[in-house]
Structure formats: C-alpha cells, structure tokens
Design a protein around this ligand. Sequence first.
Ligand code: N01
Length: 540
Amino acid sequence: MTNQKNEVIKIDAVVVGAGFSGLYMLYRLREAGFSTRVFEAADGVGGVWHKNRYPGARCDNESIDYNFTFSEELFKEWNWSEKFSKQSEILEYLNYMADKFDLRRDIQLNTRITAAYYNEEDNRWNIQIDEGSTLSAMYFISGVGCLSAANIPSFKGIDSFEGKWYHTGNWPKENICFKGKRVGVIGTGSTGIQVIPAIAPEVDHLTVFQRTPQYSVPSRNHAYDPEYLKQVKDNFSEFKRKRRYSFGGFPNDVEARPTALDDTPEEREKLYEAAWQKGAVSSFFLETYQDLTINEEANETLAEFIRQKIREIVHDPEVAEKLSPTYFYGTKRPIQDTNYYETYNRENVSLVDVKANPIVEITPKGIRTTDGEYELDIIIFATGYDAMTGSLFKIDIRGKDGLTLREKWENGEQTKTYLGIATSGFPNMFMITGPESPSVLSNVPTSIEQHVEWISDCIEYLQKNDIDTLEAKEEAEEEWSKHCREVAEATLFTKTDSWYTGANVPGKPQRFLIYLGGVGPYREKCSDVASKGYEGFSLQ
Ligand code: N01
C-alpha cells in the first residue's frame, strides 16, 4: 500500500480479520493512540458470524454471556432477544458495535492479507495484501479465529456434480430454496446438527451422511425475560468479574459435584435428568459433575444416559443404534440441538452410516458410497474446519531468517507458542486466541477480551519504554507448551479423534492445541508475566 509519492505506508499495527477479535483490537489500539488498520477478506464485518449463514445457525453459548464486557454502555444498551441467539442477531450486534465506536473507517473489507514478512533490518512487518500492495507495520496481529478455514474433503468427482453444493462456513447470502429438492448433508458436528432439523421440513428428501454419531442435548431455547436481562445488567460489575476469573469464562454460580462415582445411579439419573430438562450443554458441565472429562467411568455414566435418551426419542431401533455414540462424552465439542434426534422420525429423512460404507466419490447425480449411489440436487458440506492453525497457514507468515510459521509448526515436532499469544522467531507478532490458549474451550468473547487487553497493554509498555521488539524466548515457549500438553493429557480429550486434535484433516499432524487449565488461572498467569516486565520474552 503506497501513498501518492509511491512510498510504502507505515503504520503502527495491522490486524487480520474483522470478527470479535479484530473489532475489539482495533478499538483498544485506537484508544491507546496507535495507527491501526484491519483487513478483512469478506465483504462485511463479523468474522465467522458473517460467513456462517446456514439455516439453523445459532450460538450455543448463552447470549448474555457471549458478548463484550469492555464497555458497560454497550453491554447495557444491547438487548438480546433469545437465550441462544441466531447468527443474524450476533451479526447485527457486531455491526452495531462497529458503528457505535466508529470502527469502519480503519477496516478494509474484501481484502485478504496474503503474506507477512518480518524484516530484521528495521524490525517491521511487511504486509502484502491481495490487491498487490505492501504495508509496513510495527506490530502484526492475527484475529483470524480458530475455526475459519473451511475443511472441504477432497472427494473424487466433486467438480462433476450437476447440482449445487455449499460449505456451511461460506454460506451464500441469497436465500436457497430447498422445496422439492433432494438434499444430502455430510457431517454431524455442531453445524450439521443445527442444519438438519432446520431444513428437514422444507426438503423433499434429506439424506444425512454420518461418519461419527454425536451426543447432543436439548438446548430448550426461549425468548429472554426482560426482567432477567435487567437483573444481569444491574449487576454488571459482578457479572464481568465472575466471567473473567471463572474456569470457563462464564459467570456461573452453580458448582458441579466433585465426582459422578460417589453418587448412586438413582442420584446421578436425577441430576442428569434435571440438566436434560433444563437444557443446554452448560447445564451438564456446570451443574452435574466435575470429573466427566477426566474419569472414564464417570464419563460413561453420562454417555449412557444420553444414549438411553436417543433410544427413547428415535422410533426405529436400528436408526437409534446408528445414532448412538461410543466415544467419551465431551471429548468432541459437546452439542446442543432443537429436535435433532426427533428429525430421524420423519418419513423424508434417512441416515447413511459412512463409517461402515464410506463415500467413494461425488458423481454428476449425487454421492456414491460403498453401498450404492444417492441421487441429490443439493449437497451441504457440514464438514467443519482446519482448526487452530489452518487460518494462520493461509497467510505466508515468515519470521526471522525467513522461517515460515508452517515450517516452524508443522515440520517441528510440535506447534509451540508462549501463552498462545506469541511464538519464538516471530517478534512483534501477536495471536488473539492462538494455539495453546483457552480459546475454543472457553467462552470465546471472554478469552478474546483478555488477549486483546493484554496485547494492547503490552504494546503500550513497549512504546513507553522505548523497546523495539518483543519476542517469546524458546525456553519459555518450551515450558508453556509442555505444560499445555501435560494438562491435556490428564484429561480424556486427547483420547478421541476430533478437530481439537487435528484428526479431522487428512495428513494434519495431530496435536492438542487448547489450554485446559482454566480461563481464570490462565488470566492470572498472563498478568503475572506482564507484571514481571514480560517475563519469558526477550525485549530489545
Ligand atoms: O465441524 P465438526 P462443525 N467424510 O468438525 C464430518 C463451532 N460451531 O462445523 O466426526 C464424512 O465438528 C465429521 O465426522 P467425524 C463449534 O466449536 C459453533 O460441525 O470427523 N464425514 C463431523 O461429523 C464446533 O465444534 C457453533 O467422523 C466427514 C463433521 O463432518 C465447530 O464450530 C455452531 C468428513 C464435522 O464436524 C465445528 O463444527 C456451529 C468426510 N471426509 C459450529 N470430514 C455455535 O453454536 C468431516 N466429516 C457457537
């Protein structure tokens, strides 16, 4: 990006992405007086909430928790309509925020950052954007999110399909008519489980291609009672404090009991039934037992409770059996739904087990598995994301000595970061909700706020103290990475193939890249590092 004299434009900070992370990062840096520019590949702000417009898309964290708390005014003036917001309402909220704080003037839409190279001579980042120009920035900040690089399996014949196909993470803006159509959905993760019941009443026939059955619990979504919202808003400070120092980033008061194994089967059943009736994944985690994700036997008590519910809901016992999962509950992202299992009682819905009969190819007429061809007009890929690192690798990021981030993380024996915020060899580069931070296993807006505030405080510190560069030390990142792995290995999470471990993308090295030590303790660790003059970083 050059000015009229054809000189490369120099600014303080470049931020990638205008989702929750990028918007707040821009706000904070601008408040602190730094020139900042956000680049966003899409044609609007909102990040994943801009692109995930598929039917049934909603948040599965409670609306009043899934937003920002940095501005009491913003928190109080926005009124969420339902307990679990639709995608369109979250997108409206983020657009409202962008307008309220006049953020748009520093956001360039329809522009992808293609490369970011660190220049050791002037300690600046040269940022290339897809229109061909270059920008020079002191700080390079990623707000790309953990789940934004679509995973579209490379099925043979995909280009020959005569119908239409869509990936849920890049859903078109125009309305898609499903009426009279034979539709196939591949994938039964959080997304598939939202799409399937949403379109089943409209389509002529729906065929679900399931590789792994999933545990899902009812969301029991409902309109918010204005009195409840008022109470939360009246207690804003306490709400914010609890959210920041809690384990998961939620302002919950209820304490789960220590272990499922100390209770009798009847006591457990009572607790699980109460959580099932209340609805939402959070009821099971926050209000039943603390050892569900660390003890196999405890886990099985809940897994079997949900399998029993599936058998009760689904009329055809063979279909119920196919829908019944066996992996440890919670080790794939826990799901909540509205009428998911019930949908399989409809005459126009059928289930194909593609673990038993894998997909062989996409044909001009539909999908061929090893047991036959399914003719379709529309295929929906609800096949998820190249999570945690995929979006970062879409940019050619090169640090000191021209080392690429991909080389460092994929060819080394382990992706390593310091606190999930920085990585050695890449000075003055920050990652919001990066690998090895609590990120996707926390209430993400809480974690985003914490990272954004830490990063902007850090940049202010560097400026005030005349420090040109901040870089994670190798030994500090080694230790942090080891700690992350040890915490994860003490749980059941690493025992299941999932996008958490990278197992969903063929050929991707399998690593568990989420810090499970809790949002509150993690915040304290980050604050402690900062208060000790950025311990573990080399400052020059
Ligand atoms: O993706 P997923 P998602 N052949 O990876 C299957 C967040 N989210 O988009 O389990 C056949 O979970 C795959 O099968 P398997 C949330 O964090 C949040 O659903 O790998 N099938 C699986 O069934 C979530 O976890 C909300 O065996 C193939 C599915 O596709 C994350 O996004 C809403 C296949 C992919 O499931 C990702 O969810 C929605 C193949 N080759 C999403 N490849 C909120 O409410 C993959 N699959 C906030």
